[in-house]
Design a protein around this ligand. Structure first.
Ligand SMILES: *[C@@H]1O[C@H](CO)[C@@H](O)[C@H](O)[C@H]1NC(C)=O
Ligand SMILES: *[C@@H]1O[C@H](CO)[C@@H](O)[C@H](O)[C@H]1NC(C)=O
Ligand SMILES: *[C@@H]1O[C@H](CO)[C@@H](O)[C@H](O)[C@H]1NC(C)=O
Ligand SMILES: *[C@@H]1O[C@H](CO)[C@@H](O)[C@H](O)[C@H]1NC(C)=O
Length: 585
C-alpha cells in the first residue's frame, strides 16, 4: 500500500521533470491532468491487429497509436470473458472480489433481466474521477447488470457507477440479435421447444394407444383439450423466449430506452456521433470517455463501406471497420486540439473466440502465437490482449514494454493521473503504470498474476526478477474438443470446472520467456528449478487467497436467472418495440 500512497508524489516529480520546460508545470499538477479516452474492443484477438504482428489485416489507426505511444506486449485481462473482465477493469480488482463471477457455469450475466450486477459497494475509476471534477461518459457496451428489484430501478446502471453520461447497450451483442446461426440463446430455446413437442407427442400417443386398446378409459374431449392447451403453452413460451432474446438487444441513452430491438444498420454511426458530440461538448475538460465498442463480437455488424474489403471475410471486415472507428474518434480529438492533452488507451476485454465458427468460416478472433482463446482462464490466448497508451509529449513514442501488466492497472493509473486516490478501504490488484510507461522504472508492480476461470484459479504467472524469467504454472486446464484441437469446438466456450477440465498434480510449468506459445511443458527432469518454482508460486497463491473475503456471487444461479419483472421494455411486455432515436438529442 505504501508504494501506492507515494506514487502520486512520485508522479509529480516525474511529470515535473518532463514538463520542466512549461512554466509553473511543477507547482500546479492539476493543470496537467489529461483527458482520458479509453477504447475497448469486444472479443478482439491480440493477433488481429497490425502492430501486434498481423500483416494481412489493415489496422492503420491502431498501429499509429502504438507508433506514437507505448505498446504493451504482455497485457493481461483478469478474466477470459466479458462480464468479469470488465468488472475487474473498472474496479482494479480481481472479479472474485466484487463477486462478478459464478461458481458453476454462468460465465457472464445471461439476460438484461437478471438481478446480478456490479455491486453498489464497488468503486469504479469513473466514480473517483467524477469526484475529481471530470465529466465522465460511457458509450457502447456495459454488460455489468441493470436492475435489482424492478424493471427501472437501474441499480447497476452506468449512471449509478460514476458515469455522467451513457449511450449504448446495457446488455451485450449476441449472434441472436441478428438471428445468426451462431446463437447464444435461440438455439437453446429451440431445443427446449423440441423437447416440449416430443414429450407432448409421446403423451398423446400413449393415451391414444391406451384408449384404442381399451386399457385407459377417459373420455376423448378432455384429452384433446389438454393436448391443445399444452401445445399452446409450448408455443407461447417459445415465442416469448424468442421475443425476450431479441428485446435484450436494445440501446439506452442515460435512463431511457431509445431503440428496442436495435436497428443495426445505423448503430455504428450513432456511436460515432455520440462520441464526437461528447468530446466537443467537453473539450474544456477534463473528461473521461470510455468507448466500449460493440465490434468485433458476433454478429459482426459492419459498415457498408468496410464489407468485403478485408482478406479475412466478415470477421476481418469487422476488425477493419472498428479500426476506422478508432480513426474517426482520434480525428475528432485532433480537430478539437485535444491530442496532446488526452491520454488514449486501446485494449480488448479478452482474447478472440476460437469457437465462433460456422463450417469453414471463422467469425471469431485470432490470438497469434498464443494457445487457446476466449473462455480459457489459464491459456495465454484467452487473456493476453493488446494494450496501447498514447499521450504525446509526455509518454515516449514507439516504446515497447514486455513486462507483465494487467487491465486492472488502468484503474490506479487513471485515478492518479486525474488527481484522485485509490481506495484504501479494500484490496486493489492493479499498479499505477505511469512510471513504467514513462520509462522511469523497468519493472511493473506485478511479480505474480493470478489467472481465474469463473471463481476457480486455473493458473498463475511469476516474473522471477532474479533470472528475468516469466514462469506460468497451470493447476487446471480445459479438455479440448476434439482432443488436441486447441479449443472446445461445438461447445460455445471451454468450461472452467467439472468433467470438462483436468486438474494437474504436479502442475504444468512453462518458461513463457522462451516458450510464449506454451508448447513445451517443463518437467522436474528437464527443469532443475521445477519444484522450487512450483513451490514459490503455490506460496504466492496462498498469500493471495488470504486476501480474499467471501462475497455474494453475482453471476450465480438466482442472481443470473431471467425475472419477468426486471425486463427492460419500452412498450407493453413482451412486445418491447420502439424507436425513439429521432426524438432524443
Ligand atoms: C490476421 O488476422 C486474421 C483474422 O483474424 C487471421 O485469420 C490471420 O491468420 C492473421 N494473420 C497473421 C499473420 O497473424
Ligand atoms: C445524460 O445525463 C447527463 C446528466 O444529467 C446530461 O448531462 C447528459 O446530457 C445526458 N445525456 C443525454 C444524451 O441526454
Ligand atoms: C504535441 O506534442 C508533440 C510531441 O511532443 C509535438 O511535436 C507537437 O508540436 C504538439 N502539438 C501541439 C499542438 O502542441
Ligand atoms: C527462460 O527462458 C529465457 C529465454 O530463453 C532464458 O533467458 C531464461 O534463462 C530461462 N529461464 C530459466 C530459469 O531457465
Amino acid at each position: 500500500m505504501l508504494d501506492r500512497e507515494h506514487s502520486w508524489n512520485w508522479l509529480s516529480v516525474a511529470l515535473c521533470i518532463l514538463l520542466a520546460l512549461k512554466p509553473s508545470g511543477c507547482k500546479d499538477l492539476s493543470g496537467s491532468r489529461p483527458n482520458i479516452l479509453l477504447l475497448m474492443a469486444d472479443d478482439l484477438g491480440i493477433g488481429d491487429i497490425g502492430c501486434y504482428g498481423n500483416n494481412t489485416i489493415r489496422t492503420p489507426n491502431i498501429d499509429r497509436l502504438a507508433e506514437d505511444g507505448v505498446k504493451l506486449t504482455q497485457h493481461i485481462a483478469a478474466a477470459p470473458v466479458c462480464t468479469p473482465s470488465r468488472a475487474a477493469f473498472l474496479t482494479g480488482r480481481y472479479p472474485l472480489r466484487s463477486g462478478m463471477v459464478s461458481s458453476g457455469g454462468n460465465r457472464v450475466l445471461q439476460w438484461a433481466a437478471v438481478s446480478g450486477g456490479l455491486p453498489k459497494s464497488e468503486t469504479t475509476f469513473a466514480k473517483i474521477l467524477k469526484d475529481e471534477d471530470y465529466t465522465t461518459g460511457l458509450i457502447g457496451k456495459w454488460h455489468l447488470g441493470l436492475n435489482c428489484e424492478s424493471s427501472s430501478d437501474h441499480c447497476h446502471h452506468p449512471l449509478n457507477h460514476g458515469f455522467d453520461h451513457f449511450y449504448g447497450m446495457p446488455f451485450s451483442m449476441m449472434g441472436d440479435c441478428l438471428y445468426w446461426d451462431i446463437s447464444e440463446k435461440r438455439a437453446g430455446l429451440e431445443r427446449k421447444l423440441n423437447l416440449c413437442a416430443q414429450i407432448l407427442a409421446l403423451a398423446i400417443l400413449t393415451l391414444a394407444t391406451g384408449k384404442l386398446t381399451g386399457l385407459v378409459s377417459v373420455p376423448w374431449m378432455p384429452v384433446v383439450w389438454s393436448a391443445m392447451v399444452a401445445v399452446l403453452l409450448c408455443t407461447i413460451s417459445h415465442f416469448t423466449g424468442t421475443l425476450i432474446v431479441h428485446a435484450d438487444c436494445f440501446l439506452m441513452r442515460n435512463h431511457s430506452i431509445t431503440e428496442q430491438p436495435m436497428l443495426f444498420q445505423r448503430t455504428t454511426s450513432l456511436i460515432l456521433k455520440e462520441a464526437a458530440s461528447f468530446i466537443k461538448r467537453n473539450k474544456r475538460g477534463p473528461f473521461l470517455l470510455f468507448v466500449s465498442f460493440l465490434h468485433v463480437h458476433v454478429p459482426l455488424i459492419t459498415t457498408e463501406k468496410s464489407l468485403g474489403k478485408s482478406l479475412h471475410g466478415l470477421y476481418g471486415d469487422n476488425v477493419e471497420d472498428m479500426d476506422w472507428m478508432v480513426g474517426q474518434i482520434l480525428d475528432t480529438l485532433n480537430e478539437e486540439g485535444l491530442t496532446n492533452s488526452t491520454l488514449v488507451y486501446f485494449t480488448s476485454d479478452h482474447g478472440g473466440s476460437l469457437e465462433s465458427q460456422l463450417g469453414n468460416h471463422q467469425y471469431g478472433g485470432w490470438n497469434g502465437i498464443y494457445k487457446g482463446g476466449k473462455g480459457m482462464g489459464g491459456w495465454e490466448g484467452g487473456i493476453r490482449v493488446p494494450g496501447i497508451f498514447r499521450w504525446p509529449g509526455v509518454l515516449p513514442a514507439g516504446r515497447v514494454i514486455d513486462e507483465p501488466t494487467s487491465l486492472m492497472d488502468v484503474f490506479p493509473t487513471v485515478v492518479q493521473l486525474g488527481g484522485g486516490q485509490v481506495p484504501q478501504d479494500r484490496v486493489t490488484d492493479g499498479w499505477d503504470l505511469t512510471p513504467l510507461l514513462l520509462g522511469a522504472t523497468i519493472h511493473s508492480g506485478h511479480e505474480f498474476l493470478m489467472h481465474y476461470c469463473e471463481g476457480f484459479l486455473h493458473a498463475a504467472r511469476w516474473h522471477q526478477r532474479s533470472t528475468g524469467t516469466i514462469w506460468k504454472v497451470h493447476f487446471v486446464t480445459p479438455k479440448f474438443h476434439p482432443e488436441g484441437a486447441g479449443a472446445c469446438y461445438g461447445r460455445g466456450v471451454c468450461p472452467c470446472s467439472g468433467a470438462g477440465v483436468v486438474h494437474h498434480d504436479p502442475p504444468v510449468l512453462f518458461n513463457l520467456s522462451r516458450d510464449p506459445s506454451e508448447a513445451h511443458p517443463l518437467t522436474p527432469a528437464t527443469e532443475p528449478l521445477f519444484h522450487q518454482v512450483v513451490e514459490r508460486v503455490a506460496q504466492a497463491v496462498e498469500e493471495h487467497q488470504r486476501t480474499l473475503t467471501p462475497s455474494s456471487l453475482q453471476l450465480d444461479a438466482l442472481n443470473n436467472i431471467w425475472r419477468p419483472w426486471l425486463q427492460p421494455c419500452c412498450d407493453v411486455f413482451p412486445l418491447c418495440w420502439c424507436d425513439r432515436e429521432d426524438h432524443q438529442q
